[in-house]
Design a protein. Structure first.
Length: 228
């Protein structure tokens, strides 16, 4: 049984194409690795040159003689000692005596500086009113209900040195409502807040009294409406 010449030719063509692609990839990979190898070799040469320079500097520094430590001269001449055994006993108190006064002086001074630095901060913090006090005062000064955004804007303009956020103001207003220190109402989709004192004063205001002529006319109108 013989093979089909067309099938053999197509298989051979596919293998030839695959081999050509593999050869091309192999060549590109060799070129890439060659470039990386050249770069690494250049870096290696730079490191080797740096190493040689560092070795020479190290040898130069190591060949210099170490400088002998200088001994400080005593401020006052020491008395001639009778024996070497008494030397440590006489020198030790002088060192401790010199260190002790400095420690006693610096410790109270540091405490005073810390106390003096903390006092202005505490005074500044106590001088500023709390946010809840600012909100209550603002609501007491308003004749109409105010939203949380309006309260935040007004307080931010009145106190630019403070950072006032609308979320904190809204939470504080809700806390005042929960403590019966503020009144909450709705006007459409908006939530408005009123001071309890302002709300109570508004509710106590009596209805306007109409003059006698207006009362009579209103009665006649009502009577006419009932008859009709």
């Amino acid at each position: 049984m013989t093979d089909n010449p067309v099938t053999i030719t197509s298989v051979t063509s596919r293998y030839a194409t695959q081999v050509a692609q593999d050869l091309e990839l192999n060549t590109k990979e060799q070129a890439r690795l060659g470039a990386e190898l050249s770069a690494l070799q250049a870096q290696l040469r730079i490191l080797q040159d740096d190493q040689n320079v560092l070795h020479r500097i190290h040898k130069t520094l190591g060949s210099r003689p170490a400088s002998a430590p200088s001994t400080p001269e005593p401020a006052t001449p020491l008395p001639q000692q009778a024996s070497g055994k008494n030397a440590p006993a006489r020198r030790a108190p002088s060192k401790t005596a010199a260190k002790a006064p400095s420690a006693k002086k610096t410790t109270p001074q540091a405490k005073r500086e810390k106390t003096q630095g903390a006092e202005p901060k505490a005074a500044t913090a106590s001088a500023q009113p709390t946010l809840i006090a600012l909100i209550r005062t603002h609501l007491d000064q308003q004749n109409e209900p105010r939203s949380a955004a309006e309260v935040t804007s007004a307080l931010a303009k009145a106190h630019p040195q403070r950072t006032i956020k609308s979320t904190v103001v809204r939470t504080t207003l809700e806390n005042l409502v929960a403590k019966s220190q503020a009144h909450r109402s709705k006007q459409g989709a908006s939530v408005l807040y009123t001071s309890v004192a302002v709300q109570a004063a508004t509710e106590k205001v009596p209805a306007p009294v109409l003059p006698q002529t207006e009362q009579d006319s209103s009665k006649h109108e009502k009577a006419g409406a009932v008859r009709s």
